[in-house]
Design a protein around this ligand. Structure first.
Ligand code: KIV
Ligand code: ZN
Length: 507
């Protein structure tokens, strides 16, 4: 038997992660991420906050019925309406969990809730008991626990466990804790709460001081058995504890922590890329574990050491976290099965129709490029998934843009909507991207304000595919879009259309 403690991974990418500004996801995207999280091996997926919106409710309901292999959790404030709604969304799940939260710190009690300590305890007990009426797996979170007086926190935790909570989560809601502080809070709870052995202690650390991972590890050292985290550390404000960092810290330093998780670490990079692609929250190059430079050795001395013995400068192997050794996978002669295989290994679950679309695009790309990298495949898959569109969507038929020094840019653009094609020719704007924007506005008749625009290469080499992510504002509402092509202007037009197709149709 292993001498390592087993730590549960509670992923909240779809709930707290979605609270990152600009990261809202649609149902299809959330399902895709939920499947990837199961493949990754997380224990619990917090799928949403059902009372927050009909979209959140639907996402929790769909994920509950579609996903097996992980507990599905829904968030609720500590009141009957929220808890009932959470259960309504969760009841199809194989393993449902209701997560009830109520703030406990003096600041929240006084200014937000206007409740006394006694009222908080009563409300917490009532909330947990209501949830227990629906299922056996109940998590309770005293929100802002890290700033709650320790004596009161002990009382609340004891009361929640007494009422039936099977997990008690200790959130550092505002990212105020330091590792020594967080460790002490967990140690005090373990020592002072008489019924603490009846529940798993969890932590939920925010990253406002850049300490979320360190604080979570300190909690593990002092007895916590569950970590709440998100892919790429996305989440409210500065984000949450990053799943890939905390998992790899436990695994790489198992000599110290004597603890591990169920996570299949080779799925970390593909999952990180999937979430970055869907949310548009790109991963910084030097991000630990999953950043593109995380295993790149630049200094001559380091390269020399690496050639002599890898462990001189590497504490983990790139392939252990899912980086492909060469990244070069397919070429012009590769068939559909090889493509399907590679896409699956990268964490994409494609329908037969999506695979056919990707394969056709793959053949076109393979004619243009000698070498097809993982990044290219990811880009093609995302394009097929997100730009497949339905009949009412705007799609690109063709375009030409010309520009040069001392020349007004010119564009000829043809778009399709339903079975109709629309063409616009104009000479205007500051450059090729601008004129493409203007032509799209003219055809669609939509006033668009570009709020954010970024281009990056989706793979390696001078013929890499360009990936454009942008945010446009229409009628005061922001919409995100992504487009991919070997041509940056084409990627831009595709990204604009991707964003426009998200605008609800006016009736
Ligand atoms: O940060 C927080 O306190 C939360 C709770 C709902 C767990 O997200
Ligand atoms: Zn949070």
């Amino acid at each position: 038997m292993s001498d390592k403690r087993s730590i549960k991974i509670f992923d909240t990418t779809l709930r707290d992660g979605e609270q990152s500004p600009g990261a809202s996801m649609n149902l299809e995207e959330k399902l895709k991420i939920a499947h990837a999280l199961v493949d990754l091996g997380v224990d619990i997926i917090e799928a949403g906050f059902p009372i927050a919106s009909p979209g959140d409710f639907e996402a929790v309901r769909e994920i509950s019925s579609a996903i097996t292999g992980a507990t599905i959790c829904g968030l609720a404030r500590c009141n009957e309406k929220d808890i009932d709604r959470a259960w309504e969304a969760l009841k199809q799940a194989h393993q449902p969990r209701i997560h009830v939260f109520l703030a406990t710190s003096a600041i929240h009690r006084e200014f937000k809730l206007k409740m006394t300590r006694e009222e908080i305890i009563e409300r917490a007990i009532a909330g947990v008991q209501r949830a227990v009426g629906y299922c056996d797996d109940i998590e309770f979170s005293p929100e802002d626990a890290a700033r709650t007086e320790i004596d009161f926190l002990c009382q609340v935790v004891e009361a929640a466990i007494g009422a039936g909570a099977t997990t008690v989560n200790i959130p550092d809601t505002v990212g105020y804790a330091t590792p020594a502080h967080m460790g002490k809070v967990i140690a005090e709870l373990m020592n002072r709460v008489p019924n603490i052995d009846k529940a798993t202690i969890s932590v939920h650390c925010h990253n406002d001081l850049g300490l979320a991972v360190a604080n979570s590890l300190a909690a593990i050292e002092n007895g916590a058995g569950q970590i709440e985290c998100t892919i790429n550390g996305i989440g409210e404000r500065a984000g949450n504890c990053s799943l890939e960092e905390v998992v790899m810290a436990l695994r790489t330093r198992s000599d110290y922590y004597h603890a591990d998780t169920r996570v299949d670490s080779t799925r970390l990079v593909p999952t990180s890329r999937l979430v970055a692609g869907i949310t548009g929250l790109l991963v910084q190059r030097n991000k630990a574990i999953v950043g593109r430079n995380a295993f790149a050795h630049e200094a001559g001395i380091h390269q020399d050491g690496m050639l002599k013995e890898r462990t001189t400068y590497e504490i983990m192997r790139p392939e252990d976290v899912g980086f492909n050794k060469t990244e070069l996978v397919l070429g012009k002669h590769s068939g559909r099965a090889a493509l399907a295989d590679r896409a699956k290994a990268m964490g994409f679950h494609l329908t037969g129709e999506q695979l056919q679309d990707v394969f056709e695009e793959f053949k076109v790309l393979a004619d243009k490029k000698k070498e097809i990298y993982d990044g290219d495949i990811a880009a093609l898959v995302k394009k097929a998934i997100r730009q497949g569109g339905d009949d009412d969507d705007w799609t690109l038929v063709n375009f030409q843009v010309t520009c040069g020094t001392d020349q007004t840019p010119q564009a000829r653009l043809t778009l399709r909507k339903g079975d109709q094609e629309f063409t616009e020719e104009l000479s205007d704007g500051d450059g090729p991207v601008d004129v493409a924007f203007l032509a799209t506005e003219r055809i669609t008749g939509m006033k668009l304000i570009c709020k954010d625009y970024a281009v990056r290469s989706a793979s390696l080499g001078h013929d890499a595919q360009g990936e454009v992510t942008l945010e446009i504002e229409h009628d005061g509402v922001a919409y995100r879009g992504r487009g991919v092509s070997t041509d940056t202007v084409e990627a831009t037009i595709r990204a604009i259309l991707n964003a426009i197709n998200r605008v609800p149709i006016q009736s």
